[in-house]
Design a protein around this ligand. Structure first.
Ligand code: GLY
Length: 405
């Protein structure tokens, strides 16, 4: 199905680029495309919403390192390096403050097992040349006096920062509007194909009138919903699934501030817990990881688990007002990495599957997608994340495999 790239600028369609999904990934794609002079629209009933409304906003390339994810680490680090200039540019373009905080992160261990786990992680980080410093329990508490006395040691990672994802989404929306991106505040019902069914040409809207928007390039950037758009041929449907995360928001009243001066996290009984303190006094506690399909119920069990683990880490949290509980859906992919750029169906590109790293990967996703939309090619650092890595084997390959089995 792979055919040479056709320039997206075409007078036949009202848009060069139609982005389905107005979360942070869809919006950054639209903003960056519009900056390159592409006539761009976004389709979403509530642009600026999505998983970013729930996310804590950790930029945790080093502290959230996992074995087997070194390729993803490269993309995460490249995006983390772009964050300061991305924030400055977006703040200028939108007039919004993103509450980007270069405060660093402390990952701590509460018992011998956690300590062994963290030591292993530190060895791995050192082998990869990453900047992480081992601290004793006492050194951890000197940095963060609210930590539990039982903390057994920790990793200080000064390069893992944070941003407020709700502010990020609002700023991207404002930047899109200022750059001339057209917002269609309605759900996309179906991908449109040309008469031969071999090219994506836009989307039909769920507006009751069956409005059809055509575009040179359509980008599917609908987070965990990306695999559910009607009309997408099976062989290019993104293999994305929802992974539920429950998150709490506490507030730190003036007399308790500063409660924590950096992000504090731990693995407790195998689950990740993190506390992300904002300068405005918000303290975000997250997150559960649950494979429960489309369920977004906040459960007593989820809230209990988060509070229990956070309390073991920082006992003083029980004094703080609990102001919000929410659940969101991470767009999980088979290898936990995003799907970026052209698919095997001409006219259809993907920007989805960011799983735990949507906020962190926003800057590099915007740059990579704008390049792919403009030139038809992903930049080198994004090429390992082409959706083609999940394409079904071609008939020829399948035949060879069958013959040699
Ligand atoms: N990266 C944090 C989370 O997905 O919970």
């Amino acid at each position: 199905m792979h055919t040479p790239y056709e320039a997206p600028r075409s007078n036949a369609a009202p848009y060069d680029v139609l982005v389905i999904g107005g979360g942070i990934i869809g919006l950054v794609t639209a903003w960056r495309a519009a900056e390159r002079g592409l006539r761009t629209a976004v389709v979403d009933p509530a642009p600026g919403g999505g998983a970013a409304r729930v996310a804590a906003g950790m930029l945790a390339a080093v502290t959230e390192l996992h074995y087997g994810e070194q390729t993803l680490l490269g993309l995460n680090l490249a995006s983390a390096r772009r964050y300061p200039s991305f924030v400055a540019e977006l703040e200028r373009a939108s007039g919004h403050d993103l509450a980007f905080r270069t405060c660093g992160t402390l990952s701590v261990a509460l018992d011998a097992d956690d300590r062994a786990h963290l030591r292993e992680l530190h060895d791995f980080q050192q082998r990869l040349g990453l900047d992480a410093q081992w601290l004793t329990g006492r050194e951890c508490r000197r940095l963060e006096p609210m930590l539990a006395p039982g903390v057994r040691g920790g990793l200080r990672v000064d390069g893992d920062h944070q941003v407020d994802p709700r502010r990020l989404a609002a700023a991207l929306l404002a930047a899109c509007e200022r750059a001339g991106v057209v917002l269609h505040r309605v759900r996309a019902e179906r991908l449109l194909l040309n008469g031969d069914g071999d090219r994506a040409i836009g989307a039909e809207l769920a507006d009751g009138a069956g409005t059809r928007l055509t575009a040179g390039q359509t980008v599917l950037a609908a987070g965990s919903l990306s695999g559910r758009l009607l009309g997408v041929p099976e062989e290019v449907l993104p293999p994305v699934r929802p992974v539920k995360g429950q998150v709490l928001r506490l507030s730190v009243p003036g007399p308790y501030a500063p409660f924590l001066s950096r992000t504090v996290r731990a693995v407790v009984r195998g689950g990740h817990v993190y506390l992300v303190p904002r300068e405005n006094g918000e303290l975000v506690v997250g997150a559960t990881t649950e494979e429960l399909g489309w369920d977004t119920t906040v459960t007593a069990g989820g809230v209990y688990e988060l509070l229990r683990d956070a309390h073991e880490l920082v006992p003083g949290i029980t004094e703080l007002p609990l102001v919000e509980t929410l659940a969101g859906l991470r767009p999980g992919s088979p290898d936990n990495a995003p799907l970026l750029g052209p698919t095997e169906l001409p006219g259809l590109q993907l920007a989805t599957g960011h799983y735990r790293n949507g906020v962190l990967l926003t800057p590099i996703t915007g740059d990579a997608m704008a390049e792919a939309l403009d030139s038809g090619e992903l930049p080198p650092e994004a090429r390992p994340f082409s959706p083609r890595r999940f394409a079904p084997p071609t008939t020829a390959t399948a035949a060879v495999q069958e013959h040699t089995a």
